[in-house]
Design a protein around this ligand. Sequence first.
Ligand code: NAD
Length: 497
Amino acid sequence: MKRISHWIDNQPNDGTSQRTGVVFNPATGLQTSEVLLADTADVDTAVASAKTAFESWRHSSLTTRQRLLFAFREIVNERKEEIAKLLTEEHGKTLADALGEVQRGLEVIEFACGIPHLLKGEFSEQVSSGVDTYTIRQPIGVVAGITPFNFPAMVPMWMYPIAIACGNTFVLKPSEKDPSAATIAAEYLAEAGAPAGVFNVVQGDKVAVNRLLEHPDISAVSFVGSTPVAKHIHQTASANGKRVQALGGAKNHMIVLPDADMELAADAAVSAGYGSAGERCMAISVIVTVGDAADRLIPKIRDRMSSLVVGDGMDPSSEMGPLITRDHRDRVAGYVDTGIDEGATIVEDGRSLIVSNREDGFFLGATLFDNVQPDMSIYRDEIFGPVLSIVRLDSYQDAIDLINRNPYGNGTAVFTNDGGAARKFQLEIEVGMVGINVPIPVPLAFHSFGGWKDSIFGDHAIYGPEGIHFYTRPKVVITRWPDPIHRGVDLGFPQHH
Ligand code: NAD
């Protein structure tokens, strides 16, 4: 049985903890590996390594860091098929989807390759006679990253390439459900030339997380995961004096106005609702139809659902794979039961799906509900599975108000051909990432990613310019050269002349 270890000081590390977790291939339902689950001492070893490395890495030249990122980019790009295969084996998503994930991660690495430009400071000449002022951005120290199961390669790449490029060192605690992508990234970074300790991986669960949150040598914590854990991370790490960005869960709505291109809207609903089996934080889970849009949209969605191929992600013909664990699959199926009990109309029911030759896999078919009401649990909760709900409303304003009342604010979309309606949406909607005729508005790496409300805790969105700000702190320097005028002692507040 494969054993997945920590990675400390540029080598695999077996730690001291005796605890292990189970990693499955979700398509077969069989265990493929065991993963070490760190105890406090293992975390301390990784943080000590990162702390020692920081002392020299913080002084590395910008070009040294840039070359490391370029070399890493080349390796990841060359081996993206290999990484994608690993993702499919442990996560279940289709190979094509896994390749897309690696590609989106690569884009952040490519952004970080521009670090010499991104870290240019600001300079004001002659703010007073003979006095100049400049602001420089310096690294903050050892940074921890804590990441979810649904993007095991990409979400860590939202963090560590930028953190390392800024001169920090990093300790990653990936999801214990699909931990291999983190270790592979660590091997590739070492191969690219990262000095020992610059990037460490601690495998584990909440024991490791909670130690990172209180460790005195951790300066900042980047977290992506569910809202309850994001809140805990934000509160605990903040109370311990750390800088924190904690991205949480989502309930993403897509409004379809009566004038929308219904073919486009149906394609978008099916792709964004069922892609990656709904296990994306930017998945659409609620379609809000206005006026008669539902009656024209639903047949087109059903058409597309009838030909969806669900199967092992390794099979190139599969469009949707299994869910991450049996427990999660059963939890999502439980939501479908509850939706029916609560009075929603089930239009397509995925509960009875069996995938031949993969009978023990964690599969659930695509499911569609109509006439969903905002007080039903299928509307209120983040289901994180292939379940789409349709809420019918009479007016556009009601649709906007519904979204603005929702506690989550990660992503949203409107489908319309009316420029004024689209502009109203952009202006009024209280959500951090907005799509206009685009169902999954994930920004490219040179913008930043982050929701609003209960989808994020902390002041900074992730990657892009916000990432640079999060992983550095500004230092302002005021100089006087030369200063031939000796004004003598003056206890008054400094004035500019
Ligand atoms: P999760 O919150 O269960 O786990 C995330 C990380 O936190 C993992 O590393 C896990 O080991 C750790 N963890 C779990 N419980 C903990 C606890 N009680 N104390 C301390 N640490 C704990 O999330 P998940 O199930 O792995 O991922 C799915 C969730 O992530 C969904 O809610 C999804 O919306 C969200 N997500 C959000 C974004 C975003 O950008 N906003 C992106 C991807 C995923």
